[in-house]
Design a protein around this ligand. Structure first.
Ligand code: NDP
Length: 240
């Protein structure tokens, strides 16, 4: 196999699916995970040749099984992209404990489970790139998205700490913090709120999933080998 070996966690839809297409188009070997979107994952397999593997990042055992499967297909992983997440809108006083836990388990603990399973072989090989996906709300906080913002702020802290820990092993760890991107995640946001965010954005629009995938491609590339511990905003200038 030629090209880099890429594992994209949460590759069945939205930004993750665009990343699957971009890395495949560049000649890389791609395994991606899906959770509920089996049909979309299979379509993506047919269109790109990337290999889907089922995984629920909330559960460490499900992550271990998926990563073992990815390793059996790829042999080793050069680039891990932790992209899976869910979003929710609620006042903090209305969030059920179980929903809080689901958001933290998916958006933060899931990142930990994925990294923990991939790192030993990267450390042994003294090479690898890990790309986490936070959000501008993890940088500045969003009203009515306290759980999501807390988890995404956690992802930034995890990224910075891990970059220091594994840098001596030749592994880079960087984070992408998207602004509002046109995916299913925002399907329930009303058009007025989307227009308001676009208005406040210096580039006067919301982002496209391909634009986040392009940032992932850069951080995974040889050109980014001296970049680690960084948070790259892909937000049209909304957060500077
Ligand atoms: P989508 O809702 O379009 O896709 C989410 C992806 O995560 C899907 O592939 C989904 O898999 C997967 N996923 C969700 N829950 C789980 C789970 N429990 N286990 C495994 N996989 C899971 O989201 P986006 O593409 O918009 O978002 C991608 C990333 O970008 C996320 O981390 C998000 O927080 C971040 N982001 C997005 C922004 C936006 O405006 N869209 C803004 C800022 C950050 P499946 O469908 O198979 O269940």
């Amino acid at each position: 196999m030629s090209g880099k070996n890429i594992l994209i966690i949460g590759g069945s839809r939205g930004i993750g699916a665009e990343a699957v297409k971009s890395f495949r188009a560049a000649g890389d070997n791609v395994v991606f995970t899906y959770h509920r979107s089996e049909r979309e994952a299979d379509d993506l397999r047919i269109r790109t040749g990337a290999v889907p593997v089922r995984c629920d990042v909330k559960f460490s055992n499900s992550v271990k099984i998926a990563i073992d499967k990815a390793l059996s297909i790829l042999g080793h992983i050069d680039v891990l992209i932790c992209n899976a997440a869910i979003a929710d809108f609620a006042l903090i006083t209305d969030i059920e404990e179980s929903r809080w836990e689901e958001i933290i388990d998916t958006n933060l603990n899931g990142v930990f489970y994925c990294i923990r399973n991939v790192l030993p072989l990267m450390i042994q090989r003294k090479s690898g790139s890990i790309i986490t996906v936070s959000s501008m709300w993890g940088q500045v906080g969003a009203s009515c998205e306290v759980a999501y913002s807390a988890a995404k702020a956690g992802v930034i802290g995890l990224t910075k700490a891990l970059a220091k820990e594994v840098g001596p092993s030749g592994i880079t760890v960087n984070c992408i913090a998207p602004g509002m991107i046109d995916t299913d995640m925002n399907a329930n946001v009303d058009a007025e709120a989307v227009a308001e965010i676009a208005d406040e954005t210096p580039l006067c629009r919301i982002g496209k999933p391909q634009e986040v995938a392009s940032a992932m491609m850069f951080l995974a590339s040889e050109d980014a080998r001296f970049i680690t511990g960084q948070v790259l905003g892909v937000n049209g200038g909304l957060i500077v």
